[in-house]
Design a protein around this ligand. Sequence first.
Ligand code: GLC
Length: 588
Amino acid sequence: MTADPLEAVRGRIDLDRVPFTDRLSRLLVFAERERDSLWIGLAAYEAPASERVAVRRLRPTLAGAPLSATFSARPDRVDIATPAGDFRLAFADPETLVVRVPPGETGITFELPHGGHAPVERPDRAFIGGDTERWLSWRGVASTARTGPNGHPRVSLRPDDLNAGLIAIRISDVAASPWPAVADALERADARWRAWFSRIPAVPEPMRDMALHAWWVLAANQILPGSDPRRAGVAPSKIGYVGIWNWDACFHALGLRHGDPEAAKDQLRIILAHQLPDGMLPDVIHDAGVLASTADLPPAEQGFGLPAGWDPAMAIPLIKPPLLAWAARAIWEIDGDSAFLREVYAPIVAAHEWWLRTADPDGNGLFAFNHPFSSGLDDSPLWDGGPPVESPELSAYLALQCDELAAIAEILGHPAESTRWKEQAGRLTRALVEHRWNARAGLFASTRHGRAIPVATPFGLMPLLTGGLPAAVARRLVASLHDERRFWPRFPVPTVALDEPAFDPNRMWRGPVWLNINRLLVEGLRRSGFAAEAAQLRQQTLGLAMQHADFREYYNPLTGIAPERAAPMFSWAAASYLDLAMAEVSRG
Ligand code: GLC
């Protein structure tokens, strides 16, 4: 435990998996320790930073010669320790990095990537074409060279004002954008991050450092999507997920509300601003537009999860589970802003009605996802047989949404509408129990064209979210959850039952624990009146997260280790952690 919030996060930004970055910046700074150097990549939709390299081998120098260096990052800066003294690197603005060098003949050197264009064109800037399409400019006394006959162009820089000891580099899509003030960049970065950390309310002491890291993740992953730069949205992770995902946004709002309710509201506004005329909400908002249909996917991915021979002309809408009303009211619980509820009520109702209209083709009052992406469970074995999947969690999410819309209608002074929503929630819950309760399995069943899909997952427990199940059914679900052979290994809750042939502890949605799914199950337990069981799962979930320095996309339920492919600095894991830790304060 470290008193200074910036120091508490130091090292969690390990520069290996977790880059040094800043709110709204697309620059990701990583270390290549075996070369005593840093490199800078760009955060882009569906492209790893290693394929968007803007700067290679950035090294501290003395008298032009590279120094050995060790790197250590905290939110506001990277400390670079060298035999010639300490260098510091910080953001002056989202596109500009400043390096403060120690006194002496110190400087930095770095290489440009191989670009498709003429690399060094002017003494103070270069177009780094290739995959980045950016301009790199610098401030300082520069000399340029090549690393070899076919090598990368190299730039060496010294401060032009020896007293200030500052060098700056800027990576921008504009050739000659105005420079920000750089003189006090380090102090401003420190102040900016301290202001951010001052917003986070206290959590129990043992959870504090991880909560601070969560709060860093929720700022560091903020971006302005190129297609809609009006509001800052939290990306799921600047590593691999650079866009705004629909249901992720709801979890992000749940975390952000505790320290920045306005940012929480913006997460929902970003999704709602892209509502289609028929009420549907797109799956993703990204730099080039929205992902709202399989037709928006790259051709190679258009058949993902669909049976062989699927005709791509039969475009399928892509959406995500309906959690907006839940998130909206959760924000209201913190700040009581009814105007926000008034703003979002009608669009959320329109989105809700889209499901009612389009997702119940057999008319049994239960709802089906038409694409794995829409369920949010891309690789789940529930989808191995293709669409549609009539999953109990969708009807449960819709019932939860009805309950929340009922509460919102009440707050807004529409009692008749509120009653209507409550009735709809009741109908959904009854239909689930009548048609999908499998007493033998102690789970609600997922079906495809009326036939049960023979794979047990904790999504069959989600009807707990309705809070309205017959007591015996709810008790049976809790017993299933606590069954060590199925859903209660050392690190609950696996996303596929442990005894299923399809269970794989490391493969996305085929077994690993996801903190947001645990967050939903905690909610279900609470709503169904199992406060002690909710607290137990909450504490287990917090405990799992606290075993790690960072928040990962998912975790192995048997070992607690994050599989290699689980993305780092993961926002909904951070947000779920924070929200659960706050519930520890109120014991809610
Ligand atoms: C993966 C998940 C999906 C999530 C997205 C962003 O595609 O399957 O549920 O919304 O990542 O986190």
